[in-house]
Write a protein that binds this ligand. Structure first.
Ligand code: HEM
Length: 419
């Protein structure tokens, strides 16, 4: 199976064997696929020390980083960024996200005026990375000269390794193998700008550079940054893409949210996050977007100790994939798991998107609160500027590119409503 087809299989498993864990085989490797919250909680939180991250493919493509490592190597890297990612200035993040979403809205509507029938994914990625870089490194992303398309290509080619067992590169298609090394070199070279005086030497960057210069740590600045862009910007951009699709699909919801956005707008422009945080229905839409279309649809673990899971004996060396698609569509937890639900209950419980799609336990997403803050500001701003209409009612097919995108792009036309 080609890696890119895997998300389609995840939705098939979730429909056909809803609420059950499964034993499957991926390119000849036996894998335990977890589709129930109970066992995911056991693996990720209760018995987390018995499972390590299984990100060899990610490391091979993007380098070792906080995201891929375990044990001491993880702790050293986590200490470099964790406090910055979790103790960010919400007001500054909100202001930056509103500014870049306004710019993105202008570009999306201009594209639609020119006849585009899909949302340009590149516009959303630029919006998300701009907030991330300016927030944490204090300079506009445009000044870094980094080619975002190259990073996207690297993710695409790197993802081809996702489900290929070690030593089985023959299972890969030629293009990934051929293009990956040169792409990787170019991207790492682009990222060297962060070593230059053109980037203000803020405290987080200074700490990362110090760790990089200490050989014992194994930290490579460019590897951490690349993962940071992949984990932090591509995921948020994918979420906005799926949210725009849902808004287009449910015009009445869109109108209701826009009316509330307009009501709040004067206060948001003065009080920022303090006012935006009152927009409960938008927070529910974000949670539902993450539930129906989790941008990181699976996470991979390897058992390092024997265990018992759901009546199965798990031996060390067992591959485990946690399917957020399966968990979040489990019909035992909500009556209509396949449809958008915007009542207060939708944001609660173990299968709610904002409770599950960021993972849980010690390896929970380091940027969860940052992501939820910027997503609120992105969507609030876009609702004020743009009306979204579907250009196709075909159900989505999924494309795996280290996160879950829609094959062919989101079929949404963006109309300027500011005039
Ligand atoms: C909607 C947006 C996002 C989603 C859905 C998401 C999801 C995830 C998930 C599922 C993991 C855990 C992977 C695993 O256990 O194997 C993760 C890890 C991580 N994420 Fe996010 N993420 C998002 C945005 C962000 C942002 C904006 C940042 C940075 C500001 C970020 C930084 C990280 C980091 C550093 C880790 C590694 C945590 C660790 O193991 O120490 N993420 N993310």
């Amino acid at each position: 199976m080609r890696s890119t087809d895997f998300c389609n299989s995840l939705y098939r498993y979730a429909r056909e064997q809803n609420g059950s864990n499964l034993d499957i085989e991926l390119n000849g490797v036996p894998v335990l696929l977890i589709q129930r919250h109970e066992e995911a909680d056991h693996i990720l939180r209760v018995r987390s020390s018995g499972y390590r991250k299984n990100m060899d493919w990610f490391r091979q493509a993007l380098g070792a980083s906080r995201f891929s490592e375990d044990g001491e190597a993880w702790r050293v890297r986590r200490a470099l960024t964790h406090d910055y990612f979790t103790q960010f200035d919400r007001e500054r993040t909100t202001a930056l996200a509103c500014r870049y979403a306004d710019e993105a809205g202008r570009q999306l509507t201009a594209n639609s005026t020119r006849g585009a029938l899909q949302v340009d994914d590149g516009v959303l990625r630029r919006m998300a990375v701009s907030v991330l870089v300016e927030n944490f490194f204090g300079l506009p992303f445009a000044d870094t000269g980094i080619d975002l398309d190259r990073i996207a290509d690297l993710m695409e080619y790197g993802s081809a390794y996702s489900f290929v067992p070690a030593g089985r590169t023959d299972a890969l298609y030629g293009n990934a193998l051929r293009r990956l090394p040169a792409l990787r070199r170019q991207v790492l070279q682009d990222l060297q700008i962060f070593r230059s005086s053109r980037v203000p030497a803020g405290t987080m960057l200074t700490g990362m550079l110090q760790a990089d210069s200490n050989r014992d740590t194994g930290v490579v600045l460019e590897h951490e940054l690349l993962t940071f862009f992949a984990a932090g910007a591509e995921t948020s951009a994918a979420t906005v893409g799926w949210a725009l699709y849902l808004l287009a699909l449910y015009p009445d919801v869109q109108e209701r949210l826009r009316a509330r956005a307009r009501e709040l707008a004067p206060r948001v422009s003065v009080d920022g996050w303090r006012a935006l945080s009152e927009f409960g229905e938008l927070a529910t839409l974000i949670s539902e977007t993450l539930r129906l279309y989790p941008p990181t649809p699976i996470i991979a673990r390897l058992a390092i100790e024997a265990d018992q899971i759901d009546g199965r004996t798990v031996a060390p060396g067992q591959n485990v994939l946690i399917s957020f698609v399966g968990i979040q569509h489990d019909a035992r937890h909500r009556a209509e798991p396949w449809t958008l639900g915007l009542d207060e209950q939708s944001r609660r419980g173990p299968t709610a998107g904002s409770n599950t799609a960021f993972s849980f336990g010690p390896r929970i997403c380091g940027g969860k609160q940052f992501a939820l803050t910027e997503l609120m500001a992105f969507l609030h701003t876009l609702l004020l500027r743009v009306r979204f209409e579907t250009t196709s009612l075909e159900p989505p097919r999924f494309h795996w590119k280290s996160q879950m995108l829609r094959e062919g792009g989101q079929p949404v036309r963006c109309l300027d409503i500011t005039a």
